[in-house]
Structure formats: structure tokens, C-alpha cells
Write a protein that binds this ligand. Sequence first.
Ligand code: PEP
Ligand code: MN
Length: 365
Amino acid sequence: MSFDDILALRQRIDAINGQMLGLLSERGDLVRRIGAIKTREGLEKFDPLRESEELEALLPRNRGPFDDATVRYLFTEIFRASLDLMEHQEAEVLKVSRRHKQADTVFSVGGAVFGGPEPVVVAGPCSVESEEQVRRVAAALAEAGAKVLRGGAFKPRTSPYAFQGLGAKGYEILARVAREFGLVSVSEVMEVAAIPMAESIDILQVGARNMSNFKLLEAVGKSGKPVLLKRGLAATCEEFLLAAEYLIAGTGRIVLCERGIRTFERWTRNTLDISAVPLLTMQSHLPVIVDVSHAAGRTDILVPLARAAVAAGAHGVMVEVHPAPAFALSDQTQQIDLAAFAEFAKAVKEAGAAYRTHSARSSQG
Ligand code: PEP
Ligand code: MN
């Protein structure tokens, strides 16, 4: 056995390494295809049964010299790496993700800037009830320097007997009053057929109950209008971003809105998932805002929640405002009156200034 023999054997090993790498890559490509199907179908990525089946099929074919335990160990490592590949593939390819686009998405609609350093305030009644009602709220927004007027025309109500909204007339009122006060309008669309009715609305909202209505998302995206997408009642952050991905084919102007998720807690209507704010802003380049009204379902904690949202890096907040909340036709308990709104807007402005000072300080090291 000479040194030349060793060299020749090493060359064969190098060739085998190359073949093994080629096979690993091919295996990885197949794993990714499976991952894409599983994501689409909402299936769990990890399948322990499948892994043990693969090992059971392999071990009887082990002719040595490696013993079964070693073969098992090596393949388990491959399985682990494959699972990692599956779990990270969306984050890598999603157009809404930072991996696709590093810089923050910042856009203006009328005078409102989403994704910029100043937190944007989206405010208005839960439901559009009358022109007079919307006008009073719009005047309070203009006075406080808020730029975006919300108001539901078609309402997703839990009870079929509850007020369902004014429909197309609600859109007309909201758009007209917003224009009159130099504000930007935002209102929910609940079905594809209603999108043309919302032509006069500046920003289309997709509500929590429709976050997973993929045909609606596609159609709303195709409208080309800016979209305010709310997180589903029981949606994970990953599912939320995947929903936004449906929109991005048609429009890049998307605002993600955390609005509380369902938990066992009953002192609030939902639980504001504050961790979603830094997580979403880390994972995605899109602006993130927080709807404190639907998160809390009550008015006495809205200011601290809004402060927390801004301190966590939210690009804005949404709050429901009504001239006489006790007489509102929907969501009475979570709408603030006009005087409380002035205070709320001031608190958000201050929280924004504090956040900017803090960020400037921490970026200076
Ligand atoms: C709304 O903002 O009017 C609304 C119905 O909110 P959500 O979809 O978050 O429940
Ligand atoms: Mn509401």
C-alpha cells in the first residue's frame, strides 16, 4: 500500500462526497416541495411517524460497516436539517418578509404616512350610523391632527340580529366626510362582490374574520388599493403574514393590524398580543399598527395599550371613537368619546416622540 493508493482512494471518496451532496440537494428540493404543499393545506410540518417509517425501511438494508445506531444517528440529522428547511422556507421566499426586502415599506395615502417614524392614528366609529355622527368624529380627528378616518359600512356581527351596517350608503358617507375634512378613509369589505361599491374608499380593510378568506384577499389585492389587514382571532403570526402574501401580488401598500387574539382571559375582549409587534416588524418590512379597541373591548386601558404598542415599535394605532358611545349601534363598550379621543391622540404623539428619542439614543450605542 503506497501513498499513491491512498491518493486514489481519497479521490474516490471526493467523488462520493460530491455524489452525496448532489443527492442531499435533490432530497432538499423534494422536502421543500412537500413543505410548500403542507403550508398550503395547513398541515403540520413535523411528521414523526414518517421519520420512523423511513428508518424502518432503511435499517434492514444496512450492510455495514456502520452499525445501525450510527446510520440512525446520521439520518436523524438529515431529517432534522430537512425540517429546518421546511420551517424556514416561507420566511425566505415570502415577498412580505424582510429576507425579500430589507428596508421598511413606507407609503403615503393622502396626507397619512404608514411605516414612517410618526405613529399614524386611525380612528372613527365602529359603524357608520349617520352623516352627522361621522362628521362630528371627523372634526375631532382633524382637530387632533389624526389623518385616517375609519368606519364600518358592512359589519361582521356575531349575531345575525345585531346592526349589520348601512352598506353602500355607509361607504358614501364615510368617503364624503373624509374628503370634506382632508382625511383618508378606511372601511371593511366583507365580500368580493362588494369591492366595486367601495370605490370611493381610500383604504380597504380586511377584517379579522376574513383574514383567511383567500379569494377575498386575492380580489382586494387586485383592486390595487392600499389594504389594512387585520389579524385573525386565532391566527398565528405566520398565518397572518401568509395572508398578507395573498395581497402582495396585487398591492404592495399593506398595513398589518394586530387586534388581539382569543385567549382564556375574560377581563378583556381579546388579548393584545404585544409580542406580535416586534415579531412582525422583524419578520416583515410592512407597517404594523395595533387596534386597541378590539383588543381591549373596554375604554379604560386604551391609553396604556396604545403606549405599549408604540413603545414596542408599532407604526400606528387604531381606536374606535363615537360622539355618544353609550348609544352606539355596535361595540358600545370599546368606543371613546370625542374628549377622550383628544387625550388619546396626545398620548400617542408623546409615545411616538419618546420612542424616537429612545431609538436615536440606542442607535448611537
Ligand atoms: C372593525 O375594525 O370594524 C372590526 C370588525 O374589527 P375586527 O375585524 O378586528 O374584529
Ligand atoms: Mn368595532
